[in-house]
Write a protein that binds this ligand. Structure first.
Ligand code: F6P
Ligand code: MN
Length: 335
């Protein structure tokens, strides 16, 4: 059987699902940028890319050199092609304007250029997460594109994906009709379809949460995790295993591969912020992918994809993965 590259997959999507040519181009450009980021990440100490900058991002997190480099790679790759009306990133306070010398296009690209960046210096998996929206008509036509153009619920995403830089570099992608996984062939420099029709098992015995925050959780989460830990003789009647990579990309990738439940609940450390993860470039794209693979995703109260965003960098509680457990922990919030 001949190998299906990302390019071929996208062309076939145009034939079978009318994927527009400019969206196809956008995905190819993002994939190319992810290859460049993968290359930089893999150099490590030899490339002088480890360690931190002296700057903080809008979230007040110290930026790693690779956070900044990955952000620049994505901006440069995407600004000139005429497929975008604007970009937004975890590493930039405001929307990025397409320079006036380039044409503008129909889409908005939102990304976390290097997710899990505390893993960089210890040589553990990191990744890039991205979400594609349509730009509302006329927004930014005469002058700058405003933040409000981006504030669309996750149901409006036309594509989402992530690249994981682990033992292999993989690109996981949804265009709204299932999830496909591509593995980077480093010799040929192309992403090859290796994981067709990805499905998250409905039931699971594995969960992921940062237990060190336990004392800050809300009662429904405390109750649920106590029940998970109680195992076979507890109310859930089975033993559970726990994993925490501390890179959402890697934890979600494991769940897409073999099932599980990922939780980053709201906690009382910073009461004005509902959780740690960001809605626009972490929770929304990952929720789109997980739902497309048959899983579920909520903030404990409602489906994440239905949330109407109010700001670019807003945070959200996240419960995503195997349906049965997402539904259980969501029901506990309703009690
Ligand atoms: O981007 C935020 C992030 O790094 C996620 O990738 C990851 O799931 C989480 O934070 C890790 O949080 P903590 O530092 O609490 O383990
Ligand atoms: Mn992140």
């Amino acid at each position: 059987m001949s190998r299906v590259t990302l390019s071929r997959y996208l062309i076939e999507q145009t034939r079978s699902h009318n994927t527009p040519a400019d969206l196809r181009f956008l995905i190819e450009v993002v994939a190319r940028a992810c290859k460049a980021i993968s290359h930089q990440v893999s150099k490590g100490a030899l490339g002088g890319v480890l360690g931190s900058m002296e700057t903080e991002n809008v979230q007040g997190e110290v930026q790693k050199k690779l956070d900044v480099l990955s952000n620049e790679i994505l901006l440069e790759a995407n600004e000139w092609g005429g497929h975008l009306a604007g970009m937004a990133s975890e590493e930039m306070d405001n929307a990025y304007q397409i320079p006036g010398r380039y044409p503008k296009g129909a889409y908005l690209l939102v990304f976390d250029p290097l997710d899990g960046s505390s893993n960089i210096d210890v040589n553990v998996s990191v990744g890039t997460i991205f979400s594609v929206l349509r730009c509302p008509e006329r927004n930014g036509e005469n002058g700058d594109l405003g933040e409000d153009a981006f504030l669309q619920p996750g149901t409006r995403q036309v594509a989402a994906g992530y690249a994981i830089y682990g033992p292999q570099t993989m690109l996981m992608l949804t265009l709204g009709n299932g999830v496909k996984g591509f593995t980077l062939d480093r010799e040929l420099g192309s992403f090859v379809l290796t994981h067709d029709n990805i499905k998250v098992p409905e039931t699971t015995q594995e969960f992921a949460i940062n237990m060190s925050n336990q004392r800050h959780w809300e009662p429904p989460v405390t109750r649920y995790v106590e029940e998970l830990l109680a195992g076979k003789t507890g109310p859930l009647g089975k033993d559970y295993n726990m994993r925490w990579v501390a890179a959402m990309v890697a934890d979600v990738h494991r769940i897409l591969t073999r099932g599980g439940l990922f939780m980053y609940p709201r906690d009382s450390r910073e009461p004005e912020k509902p959780g740690k993860l960001r809605l626009m470039y972490e929770a929304n794209p990952m929720s789109f992918i997980i739902e497309q693979a048959g899983g579920a995703s909520t903030n404990g109260v409602q489906r994440i994809l239905d949330i109407q965003p109010t700001s670019l960098h807003q945070r959200v509680a996240v419960f995503l993965g195997s349906k049965e457990e997402v539904e259980r922990v969501t029901a506990y919030h309703q009690n």
